[in-house]
Every structure is written in structure tokens, then in C-alpha cells.
Design a protein. Structure first.
Length: 402
């Protein structure tokens, strides 16, 4: 099919800023789609059919799909493929049917204003994601670029930075870039008090940690103190070995069965920004801990399932890897998890009790894989002296389904 859909990036300078190709695509279209701000850029005498984005957005996407074959032009802010509508449309319409003409993204414009190298910054969109998502990028010296949902986003970001011990970070908010009304507001997060902001804004953050702020690295094996828990926590050293065995790859999905406080699922997601995980847990208090820990550690989009395996595993999307940290001896849990994996899927089981270890040994004899025993000792007080205190040994079975 011919390219009937044009997605044209447009800046605050309006039609005058469009390239000759972008203007030609707009001129030949019979139907124009955009937000109120974009459609207002068209001349008053333009009588072509116009579609205003509805809420929910999907309703307008359906309208566009129904017009397949007719010349349609979608006007989009900046670069449509940078957290933009072009990404949404490409999930429904083949790129072979689309022509995408990007304008400069908000991220590119900010880098040009501040002299930052785009390759050195980390980017976030909060247009449809929780504010806590940016916590993943908080480290001293980091430079973050954030697309705001509306005029309230900068204040919420400043509050999060201050609460997390990064209140001395410098925030620069840019409004209506490349237009006559372009403006910037600059303050440290702890002193942020700007309220008269435009809904169309983006934030640059030069991250600085306050004194005594707990810094959390991206690598697996975070300090146990980084988690709120009731004792059901895979300890730091064992957690690092477990994540190594699970071997997360970008885009993959993990089931964390018997998740406890969620540490394995959380560190799986922290390893790559587009890793996904589902934490399955039945204990009400631990479910609260999982949600709190996920938010605090920058992965608030962790999916949490309230239930007990194997019943809670029914109808979940197929995983690429499964970790069983609790309940391995329960009826049919191992069988259900094994059957859920596709070819090449990974299963890692940590066993602490004699009963769970026996179950793991049986399955190892049937399916092979790697079986190791992890023994950790930590220095502690023995009376008035210091001595080595062993943690409970963990038998770990890791296997790839053939």
C-alpha cells in the first residue's frame, strides 16, 4: 500500500518552520489530525476535515485507521518518534504506509540551549508515566531531560528530588521552545516555587546529591538497607548471584514468584530501562513493601499480582525468565512455571529448606542445568569479640529450557 499517512513534526514557529517536503505532505492531505494548538496553526480559510485528539487517544487512532488509503496528515510536536505520537501510530500502522518528518525534539533543543551533549544525557517522559520513574537516573553529576505532563510536573519533580536527597540539583524548565513566547526558569529543586508555568514544558536536571544521601547504583546486589522488608529478602550477595544467573536482556519479561519484598524483580528492571517484571506475592504487607520499594528505586511500573502460585500465574503473559524464591514445594508450582517457559527460557530457583532442596535435586536430575550452593558469612559480634556469622546456605538451580 502507498504511504497514505504523513506524521509531520512541527515546532512553536508553526507552518513557517516546516521544510518544503513537510509542507507538501500537509498541503496534499485531505484530513489533518492534531491537538488544538496544532490545528490553530492552520489558516482560517483551510476547510479540510480536521480531527482533534480525543481522550482516550486510542479513539482518534481508530479514526485514523478507518481512513486508511486516504491522504491523512498528523501534526505532532517536535520529533514524533521521540516519546511522540509517531510511536503510538507505528504500533497500529506499518511504517511502510507512513512518512515521518521529524522536527527538532524538545531534548535536542534543550541540549542546544545548555550546551549539553545529547549522547551524555538520560531522557524520560512523564506524559504517561509515574514521576518516580526518574529515580532510576539519580546519581551525582547525571544530566536528565524530562518531558512534562503539564504545568504541575516540575513542582512534583522538585518535590521528589528533595525527598530523595537531591534537593541541591539544578532544575531548568523550558517553555514553548522555538516560539516567540519561549521562556526558561532556573532554580535548585529544594527552592522550587514556580507555579505560573505553561503546560507545554520540559525539564533539564543537573543532578547533585545532598550530603549523606544514600546513593543507589544500577548494578545488582543493592544494599539490604535499600529495601523495606519483614525479613523475606534475598540477601545482597545471593541477590547478585541470582541476577547474574537470570541474565536479564533488554525487553525481556521476568516472573518473580513468591516475591517477598520484590528485590529480584526490582533489580531485574533496574538492569535495563525496558526490562519488564511481574512480582507475584500473596502476603498483604509484603505487597505494600513491593510497591513502595519499586517506587523508591525508580521502577514504579513493576506489575504486582496479588495471589498465590500456581493459581495466580494463570493468564499472565509468557515470561522469558522465572525466579522462584518462595513456595517451590507447593503443589504444581514448578510444573506450572516450567510449562510457562518457551524454548530458551531461563528458570532460577533458590532453595533454603531441606524440603525445597530435595525438590530442586529431583528436577535437576530430570532437566539438568547448573546446581550450586551459596554460603555467605558476615563479620559480627560474638560477645566482646568479632567472628564470622554464616547466613543460611542457599542451593541454587539455574536451567535453560531446551
Amino acid at each position: 500500500m502507498d504511504k497514505w499517512l504523513s506524521v509531520v513534526g512541527i515546532g512553536e514557529d508553526g507552518l513557517s518552520g516546516l521544510s518544503a517536503i513537510a509542507r507538501a505532505l500537509l498541503d496534499r492531505s485531505q484530513i489533518i489530525v492534531g491537538g488544538a494548538r496544532h490545528l490553530a496553526m492552520l489558516p482560517p480559510e483551510d476547510t479540510r476535515e480536521q480531527l482533534l485528539w480525543a481522550s482516550p487517544l486510542q479513539a482518534t487512532v481508530d479514526e485514523i485507521v478507518r481512513r486508511r488509503g486516504q491522504p491523512v496528515c498528523v501534526l505532532a510536536s517536535g520529533d514524533p518518534m521521540c516519546h511522540g505520537i509517531g510511536v503510538t501510530l507505528s504500533r497500529r500502522i506499518s511504517i511502510s504506509e507512513m512518512t515521518v518528518i521529524p522536527a527538532a525534539s524538545a531534548f535536542s533543543l534543550i541540549c542546544a540551549r545548555l550546551g549539553w551533549a545529547l549522547a551524555d544525557v538520560e531522557t524520560f517522559s512523564l506524559t504517561n508515566r509515574p514521576i518516580a520513574s526518574i529515580a532510576l537516573g539519580l546519581s551525582p553529576g547525571a544530566r536528565l531531560l524530562v518531558l512534562s505532563a503539564d504545568r504541575h510536573t516540575p513542582g512534583k519533580v522538585a518535590q521528589l528530588l528533595t525527598q530523595r536527597g537531591f534537593g541541591s540539583s539544578l532544575m531548568t524548565v523550558f517553555e514553548r521552545m522555538s516560539g516567540d513566547a519561549e521562556r526558561r526558569i532556573e532554580r535548585v529543586a529544594a527552592a522550587w516555587n514556580a507555579t505560573d508555568l505553561a503546560d507545554l514544558n520540559a525539564i533539564a536536571i543537573a543532578v547533585a546529591a545532598d550530603r549523606e544521601t544514600l546513593l543507589v547504583p544500577r548494578i545488582s546486589g543493592l544494599p539490604d538497607a535499600a529495601y523495606r522488608h519483614d525479613g523475606q529478602l534475598t540477601k545482597r550477595e545471593v541477590r547478585a548471584v541470582t541476577l547474574s544467573a537470570l541474565a536479564p536482556i533488554p525487553g525481556e519479561l521476568l516472573w518473580d514468584v513468591g516475591a517477598g519484598c520484590g528485590s529480584i524483580a526490582i533489580e531485574w528492571m533496574r538492569s535495563h530501562r525496558n526490562c519488564r517484571a511481574i512480582a507475584i506475592e500473596r502476603h498483604p504487607t509484603r505487597l505494600e513493601y513491593i510497591a513502595e520499594n519499586a517506587s523508591n528505586l525508580g521502577v514504579p511500573e513493576l506489575k504486582i499480582v496479588d495471589g498465590e502460585a500456581p493459581a495466580a500465574l494463570v493468564n499472565l503473559p509468557q515470561p522469558d525468565a522465572i525466579f522462584i524464591g518462595g513456595g517451590v514445594t507447593a503443589e504444581s508450582v514448578l510444573e506450572t512455571c516450567w510449562n510457562a517457559l518457551g524454548e530458551g527460557g531461563r528458570l532460577v530457583v533458590n532453595a533454603v529448606t531441606v524440603e525445597s532442596e530435595f525438590k530442586v535435586l529431583q528436577w535437576h536430575s530430570l532437566h539438568g542445568g547448573e546446581l550450586i550452593r551459596i554460603g555467605i558469612q558476615r563479620l559480627g559480634a560474638i560477645g566482646s569479640f568479632q567472628g564470622w556469622k554464616p547466613l543460611a546456605p542457599v542451593t541454587q538451580w539455574a536451567v535453560v529450557k531446551g
